[in-house]
Design a binder for this molecule. Structure first.
Ligand code: ADP
Length: 623
């Protein structure tokens, strides 16, 4: 997600260092050359040196431990050598006890000196070495990228510089109207923070976008920045998690520092689950680095002042594995669902992407929308692009219906590997199954109402879903409510039997839930007349709605009582199934009519469902 760009001042720094390194190497090389360059100083054999002293040609010598260097007498005294002029010759010193006597005799000035040649050699080599080291370091940095590697501890890899001029707008993201509505509030705050501050309203700091890959979460986050005209800083959760303990935490710190400097702005963390996984969940020892990083993120989110204008958006498709601490108030306390689009949504997305390609007159986006159940936004974008590529390869100027059909086959092949795309028969089954739940729930109703029925596959496992929300806060449930719940759970299976002739494996999780519930009613809540008001469960916890969340292993009761309990559980389930059957049988025509609508529209909200049911029932009564 994030492109890695160095910060400008970083870049200047590095260039300066590279120049310095090159200069040092050059200087060292020059010094070394000058020192060893032939011709500058003649090297004499010792015997020759002695001869020249004896013949009176030598004026002065410098004697060091290993070398003797000297100057010749000049023709005229006026041209006496300047003390700093280079020596005329040099000799490797040999053991010669008579030398001093000879020099004195011939009137040669002589003086001792430390071994300067050795020193200068050391100096030049040292310089070279430093130069090479600097250069090597610079090269290493180039290779690893500006921020990578051990040399750049703690530098945030995100573009802390942020993307200033984001072009994406809400109009570019289609089919996710609910999510857009929720995010609009964030945009308004970023545009006009003062208005909110005046009222003293607490602004969300973190919003979690939840949904499968390719549904437009990144685009939405960008669009928020684009609409509000603020910088967009993004990076991926996996980039924080490093091999070295402490690096991730330092990156988080850097990131927020950078964001603070650019506020108001949006920070977007993709794949939050990579770093936000529940702490201490690893049985093979703790993952200290990730935990430190997560802790730092929590600290930073708590740290910012409520209204400083940095809003963190994060995306995940697995909210259930996130550490609960991340979801507390003041952190990611808002969740926005970004689901796979329904038929209408798909049409809208296709239209957005069709804007940039030329489509032939025979292309009907409506039909394509109808045929692409289960496709996410990215798949649809891919579809349009593939069709355009096919057309271009053909040499055509616009993509036609045939191109789209072929593209669909290609995209579907990839999709089938990743997620499920249902066959028409399967869709029909899912529609009846979900309607079974929804109608039984709606008719027996009571404490909760159906808010949504959908046959758009969702996340892992579920092929369709029915959402029910309690109409008020509940702390306990009555027996009749539990029985209604049980019948609702079984409604899906009953509908399959009634309208499609047989059951499928799709009802497995319903059945296990129903059995659990029935067992709890019999052994825990004393809702069976035959067993009576006994609590026979052990070591279980009472969950959200008064049901067990955990099994305590074997039961305390055995023999006859166990048989009775089993029989009662069976009877409880059978009774609920009977209730569900009655509800659905009485409304057979309505079920077929509503199923047809659901198959076409793919999702119905609660009000639509109720309206359709009323219509269908009225039609029945009139006939
Ligand atoms: P996510 O972050 O959810 O994985 P992205 O936002 O990265 O998905 O989407 C990938 C691409 O798919 C986008 O660049 C865009 O072209 C396309 N896309 C996805 N969802 C939508 C949408 N709702 N409307 C328009 N285009 C979409």
């Amino acid at each position: 997600m994030s492109e890695r760009e160095p910060r400008p001042d970083d870049r200047r720094d590095r260039r300066a260092r590279a120049w310095l390194a090159a200069l040092t190497v050059l200087l060292g090389a020059v010094a070394l050359l000058a020192e060893f360059a032939p011709g500058a100083t003649a090297v004499l054999p010792y015997s020759e040196f002695r001869t020249r002293v004896q013949s009176g040609r030598v004026a002065s010598v410098l004697i060091s431990e290993r070398m003797i260097r000297g100057r010749y007498r000049r023709a005229s005294t006026a041209a006496a050598p300047r003390p700093r002029a280079p020596m005329d010759f040099e000799v490797v010193r040999v053991t010669d006890p008579q030398l001093i006597g000879l020099l004195t005799e011939k009137g040669v000035t002589f003086e001792g000196t430390p071994d300067s040649r050795w020193m200068s050699w050391l100096l030049t080599t040292g310089l070279m070495l430093i130069g090479v080291l600097l250069l090597g370091r610079w090269i290493a940095q180039r290779v690893q990228g500006p921020s990578g590697g051990v040399l750049a501890f703690g530098k945030s890899r995100g573009k802390v510089a942020g993307e200033k001029d984001v072009k994406v707008r809400f109009d570019d993201v289609a089919g996710v109207d609910e999510a857009k509505r929720e995010l609009m509030e964030v945009v308004e705050f970023l545009r006009d923070a003062e208005r909110f501050k005046r009222v003293g309203a607490r602004i969300p700091r973190g919003v979690l976008l939840v949904g499968p890959p390719g549904t437009g979460k990144t685009m939405l986050a960008k669009a928020v920045a684009g609409e509000a005209g603020v910088p967009f800083i993004s990076l991926s959760g996996s980039e924080f998690v490093e091999m070295f303990v402490g690096v991730g935490a330092a990156r988080v710190r850097d990131l927020f520092e950078g964001a603070q400097a650019q506020a108001p702005c949006i920070v977007f963390i993709d794949e939050l689950d990579a770093l936000g996984r529940t702490r201490g969940g690893n049985p093979m020892g703790s993952n200290e680095e990730r935990e430190q990083t997560l802790n730092q993120l929590l600290v930073e989110m708590d740290g910012f002042e409520t209204n400083n204008g940095v809003i963190v958006l994060a995306a995940t498709n697995r909210p259930e594995i996130l550490d609960v601490a991340l979801l507390r108030p003041g952190r990611f306390d808002r969740q926005v669902l970004v689901d796979r689009p329904d038929r209408g949504g798909r049409l809208a997305i296709l239209k957005v992407h069709a804007r940039t390609v030329s489509l032939g007159p025979d292309v009907d986006l409506e039909t394509i929308a109808a045929e692409t159940t289960g496709y996410a936004g990215a798949d649809l974008a891919n579809l349009i692009n593939e069709a355009a590529l096919l057309a271009a390869r053909r040499g055509a100027s616009a993509a036609g219906s045939a191109d789209l059909q072929e593209a669909m086959e290609r995209v579907a092949a990839g999709l089938e590997r990743r997620s499920r795309v249902l066959s028409p028969d399967e869709r029909r089954r899912v529609a009846y199954h979900e309607l079974g739940h929804a109608l039984v729930g709606e008719v027996l109703g009571g404490a909760s109402r159906v808010t949504k029925v959908s046959i758009v596959p969702r996340g892992h496992g579920a092929l369709g879903y029915t959402l029910k929300r309690p109409t008020e806060d509940r702390y306990m449930m009555t027996e009749s409510e539990l029985r209604a719940q049980l019948a609702t759970l079984l409604g899906g299976r009953v509908a399959e039997v009634l309208f499609l002739g047989e059951v499928s494996t799709g009802a497995a999780s319903d059945l296990s839930q129903a059995t659990e519930m029935a067992r709890a009613m019999v052994v825990e809540f004393g809702m069976s007349d035959k067993v009576g008001a006994l609590s026979l469960g052990r070591g279980r916890q009472v969950g959200d709605w008064g049901l067990m969340t955990e099994h305590g292993g074997g039961s305390e009761h055995g023999g006859e009582l166990a048989d009775l309990v089993d029989a009662e559980i069976r009877q409880t389930v059978a009774a609920a199934e009977g209730v569900a059957r009655k509800v659905l049988e009485d409304r057979g025509a309505a079920v077929h009519a509503i199923a047809a609508t659901l198959l076409e529209r793919e999702h119905l909200d609660g009000a639509e469902l109720r309206a359709l049911l009323e219509d269908a029932m009225r039609g029945d009564a009139d006939r």
